[in-house]
Design a protein around this ligand. Structure first.
Ligand code: NOJ
Ligand code: NOJ
Length: 462
């Protein structure tokens, strides 16, 4: 515990978090993190695959995920970046491999398809030509953003040479990996495309959010790398995307609609348009302020609407105990019979940890009524009695209480994951909505990466 919490309420929360199971839980998070690293590494450039490939999963049938997906790769490499930054040499080498591999498959995608919207490649690195939902334009944007974060880290280490050589050059037509992706994003953001779940053609919050931030942060990198014209252009496009993003807000429903102008097949009906991808986007883009920040009123309302919908949707959520709500992609989902997913449930843990961290960093923050209302709900759940957090500056006691409650509530989601994870610690894609048995692709790279990001966010709170 960081400091003594003074109020009676804070003391109650401390008792909750200090009971006998806490130590077990702490050590479980450690163990599961180590397992996640091991399993993730096993999916990166395994024997018989092209170096730099990140397999979505080693599963070759039902479902066959023995491919490299650009989106999964970008999200997974964000977790690997944490390790690289912490000095892990293997992770640093994985990054170098991924950069070379990316250069190759950008060229291959353009050569074969004429664009970068190709969602997946074969394990040997070759272009995949099976029928599939194309294009998926979140991929290049997500990849650019992870590479930009990598470039920023190299720059902070004084390694400008590597960035200039391997990642960003001002030349056009672009050949450097980041600029190649940014040019594609800037020129194609208006195209309708297939969503991250590979089901719906339309304009997607997830895709647009990542496009916008990749261009904004790309613009900063462009300035750094003596490409001011590009910086200006990327900024202008980002502004336009931001206007488009805001259109997803539905005031009558009270949440962001995941897609606009969409056409979905009969298999993929989503009348609610309430989809966890909105929160996944916000977690991935890491914006401290603005529309995509994790404490933005609309983001809180959207996430809260999702939680409420899933809480009554899956039988497993009616079970006893203090486990966090099992969260899926969207309630109408029928893929594998429509189940909660590990990465989406873990995302709710990460969300609460990161809000706690943001509050810790800003103790004088003035709360909006939406924030105050949401924090009241969380504190009340944790304290098991009604507590009101007022919409104003938090006094020191209440501030600590909210931070502590957000952490405990975040832990509840990880405890949900623990409850469906055996001692081996394997994480698949989904767990069955009644039995909790893991299902669909085993050892999903994205599940492990999501777990590591949540554990990292939790670590920052200590
Ligand atoms: C595979 C996709 O990756 C998954 O997201 C989708 O739900 C199913 N195909 C059904 O279209
Ligand atoms: C299905 C998911 O819907 C999609 O987002 C993912 O890229 C693939 N599985 C591979 O993990």
């Amino acid at each position: 515990m960081r400091k003594f919490l003074l109020s009676a309420l804070a003391a109650t929360l401390v008792v909750f978090s200090a009971n006998a199971t806490t130590d077990d839980f702490e050590s479980w998070v450690q163990t599961e993190s180590q397992i996640s690293v091991t399993r993730l590494n096993a999916n990166i450039s395994p024997a018989g695959t092209r170096r730099g490939v990140i397999l979505a999963s080693p599963s070759t049938q039902e479902p066959n995920y023995y491919y490299y997906w650009v989106r999964d790769g970008a999200l997974v490499m964000r977790a690997i970046l944490d390790r690289a930054m912490a000095g892990d040499v293997l992770a640093q080498n994985q990054f170098k491999d991924w950069v070379s591999f990316t250069r190759e498959n950008q060229a291959d995608a353009v050569h074969h398809w004429g664009n970068l919207g190709e969602p997946r490649f074969n394990a040997d690195g070759s272009v995949n030509t099976e029928p599939w939902g194309r294009p998926q334009n979140d991929g290049p944007a997500a990849r650019a953003l992870t590479l930009i974060r990598y470039a920023n880290w190299l720059l902070s280490q004084g390694d400008r040479a590597s960035v200039a050589r391997d990642l960003y050059q001002a030349e056009l037509p672009a050949r450097s990996v980041i600029k190649t992706d940014l040019e594609y994003v800037a020129h194609h953001w208006q195209d309708r495309c297939i969503d991250l779940w590979e089901e719906v053609m339309g304009r997607h919050f997830f895709t647009e959010a990542i496009m916008m931030v990749s261009l904004r942060e790309g613009a900063k990198l462009a300035i750094e790398m003596n490409d001011p014209q590009a910086a200006k252009y990327y900024q202008q496009v980002a502004d336009q995307i931001e206007d488009q993003l805001a259109k997803h807000w539905d005031p009558s429903k009270g949440y962001y609609l995941s897609a606009l102008e969409f056409s979905a097949g009969p298999q993929h009906q989503k009348p609610s348009q309430l989809d966890v991808s909105v929160l996944l986007a916000a977690l991935f883009v890491e914006q401290p302020v603005g529309l995509l920040s994790l404490m933005d009123d609309h983001m809180i309302k959207s996430a809260n609407a999702l939680e409420t919908a899933f809480a009554s949707h899956y039988p497993i959520n009616a079970g006893p105990g203090d486990l966090g709500t099992a969260i899926g992609r969207y309630t109408e989902d029928i893929y594998y019979n429509g189940n909660p997913w590990i990465l989406t449930t873990v995302a709710f843990a990460e969300w609460h940890y990161r809000m706690a961290a943001a509050l810790q960093a800003n103790p004088r923050m003035i709360l909006s009524s939406t924030q105050a209302h949401y924090f009241s709900t969380v504190v009340s759940k944790v304290a098991k009695k009604t507590v009101r957090v007022n919409a104003a500056a938090l006094d020191a006691d209440m501030h600590d209480t909210v931070v502590e409650a957000l952490k405990i509530h975040g832990d509840a989601y990880l405890k949900r994951i623990r409850s469906v994870t055996g001692v081996t610690g394997h994480l698949a894609e989904q767990f069955e909505k009644s039995s909790g048995i893991q299902t669909s692709a085993r050892d999903l790279s994205w599940s492990y990466a999501a777990f590591l990001r949540a554990a990292e966010a939790r670590e920052e709170l200590k």
